[in-house]
Design a protein around this ligand. Structure first.
Ligand code: ADP
Length: 183
């Protein structure tokens, strides 16, 4: 069964074989972690947007992603950290609110990325706190949902050995650890 770890760090340089992008449904990578990933991967953000949109058309046959659907792009310059793939997934927009519908959308977004990681046969995957930034979902609920989905997924895991939730700020990291009752 894969381990689930909360760590503090920058997902664009986290040595996991696959990292997850908290994307928007058009893969525009305009801000937050999406912009950081696109910039670090391709140097030029618009170039990574082009690559992402092309991959979306090839992999999904359409030009937007629903919650639970994912698109994979190559890691390009992130390969120097051991990253091979970027898995783009879309979490819910919360604007400070939280309910069962948002939770279900986040659950699908996380699960879609985990399933794709299994398909790719990777051993390690690193997630940012999807929807806890610009999309305004409460970090505590996001962290709780991650822990639940990972627990639910554990039984189906074959290749995955380690699943990381990477918190960017020290403060968010502290809050996340507290939610899970860690030290
Ligand atoms: P969303 O629109 O899904 O909320 P954001 O990119 O705004 O996505 O934020 C998601 C989370 O990612 C936030 O908690 C933000 O602090 C965090 N984040 C931003 N940059 C990075 C990074 N380089 N590595 C890891 N997490 C990051």
């Amino acid at each position: 069964m894969p381990s689930f770890e909360i760590v503090r760090g920058d997902v664009t340089r986290f040595p996991a074989e696959a990292i997850v992008n908290a994307a928007n449904r058009y893969l525009e990578h305009g801000g937050g972690v999406a912009y950081a990933i696109a910039r670090a991967a391709a140097g030029d953000v618009s170039e990574y947007i082009r690559i992402s949109k092309e991959a979306m058309r090839e992999q999904l046959g359409k030009d937007y992603i629903d919650h639970g659907e994912v698109v994979v792009t190559p890691a390009l310059r992130l390969e120097k950290h051991g990253i091979r793939w970027v898995i783009h997934t879309v979490g819910p927009y919360c604007g400070g609110r939280w309910d069962e519908d948002k939770k279900e959308k986040l659950r699908r977004a996380i699960l879609g990325a985990l399933k794709k990681a299994e398909e790719l046969g990777v051993k390690t995957i690193a997630f940012p706190a999807i929807s806890a930034g610009i999309y305004g979902c409460p970090l505590e609920e996001v962290v709780r949902t991650f822990a639940e989905v990972v627990r639910e997924f554990e039984k189906e895991a074959r290749s995955l050995e380690r699943i990381y939730l990477v918190l960017y700020s020290e403060r968010d990291y502290g809050r996340a650890v507290e939610v899970l009752g860690g030290g």
